[in-house]
Design a protein around this ligand. Structure first.
Ligand SMILES: [Zn+2]
Length: 264
């Protein structure tokens, strides 16, 4: 894997905003060149975006278990390593992914989940007259830090309920931006280690759901150009007691694997 020119996850929000004709109003990271080029090659601007956020999927997992990611690669146009932000914990990282700025600017600099006042990708879409939805599990970062916007929040107790609703929302065609969060790999790798069968089973399910999501997008948005992504927040590493952790400035925690594609 070529790690040169590896961009930060702060490029994700600005990329989607520019592609959808809903740019941020303030200074943010520049859009990702490879993603702009991908969309340019396939005809220019996008109509809708669907971002799948599985928690804690490290780049090293992709390098060590490439076969586990094959379904994600097959339904995407690009596999892109990205660098996370410090401290590499969930609200800090998703805060940066969706605001396009570093933690010192958006203000979440430790494990806490306040409602962000910084402009987010959702705000940029809403200003452009677009409809947004978040589908996530109760109590998790994505369910909390983006609240208080004029958009729809679908918060459930289980990952299964989240994913059922996400597919229904895609089929409805009602939204211009859908964000879907799955924390099952993260919680299992904390409990039993990143390479435990228990955790890797959740990783398999994350990849399988992404594949199903993409095939549903391709069937449901006929005639529309949809940008989609598999976008984890940070990586993970093994700690004493066969448990997992993250939050440090180390390769295992800071490098993640993203996949992107465009349909239509
Ligand atoms: Zn996380």
């Amino acid at each position: 894997m070529n790690k040169t020119n590896q961009r930060c996850i702060t490029s994700v929000g600005p990329t989607v905003g520019v592609l959808a004709g809903a740019p941020f109003s303030g200074p943010v990271d520049s859009p990702h060149e490879a993603l702009l080029a991908l969309v340019e090659r396939s005809g220019g601007r996008i109509d809708k975006a669907v971002l799948y956020n599985p928690d804690a999927v490290a780049l090293w997992l992709y390098e060590k278990y490439p076969e586990k990611f094959r379904p994600a690669g097959e339904c995407s146009d690009l596999a892109l390593p990205m660098t996370s932000v410090m401290p590499s914990v969930t609200p800090v990282c998703f805060g940066s992914m969706y605001t396009g700025v570093l933690p010192a600017v958006h203000g979440i600099q430790k494990y806490e989940k306040p409602v962000l006042r910084q402009e987010t990708l959702f705000d940029a879409f809403l200003r452009a007259g677009k409809k947004c939805a978040i589908v996530s599990t109760a109590g998790d970062s994505i369910s909390k830090i983006f609240l208080e916007r004029e958009m729809d929040y679908f918060i459930y107790r289980t990952v299964a309920a989240v994913n059922r609703k996400a597919l229904a929302l895609v089929k409805s065609g009602a939204y211009d931006l859908i964000t879907i969060y799955n924390g099952n790999y993260d919680s299992r790798m904390h409990a039993k280690g990143p390479e435990s069968g228990y955790a890797l089973n959740a990783l398999d399910r994350n990849v399988a759901f992404y594949h199903k999501l993409v095939s549903t997008i391709k069937k449901s948005y006929a005639g529309q150009r949809v940008f989609y992504g598999f976008c984890p927040d940070h990586g993970c590493h093994l700690i004493d007691g066969n448990r997992g952790s993250h939050g440090l400035d180390m390769e295992e925690d800071m490098n993640v694997i993203h996949f992107y594609g465009i349909s239509g």
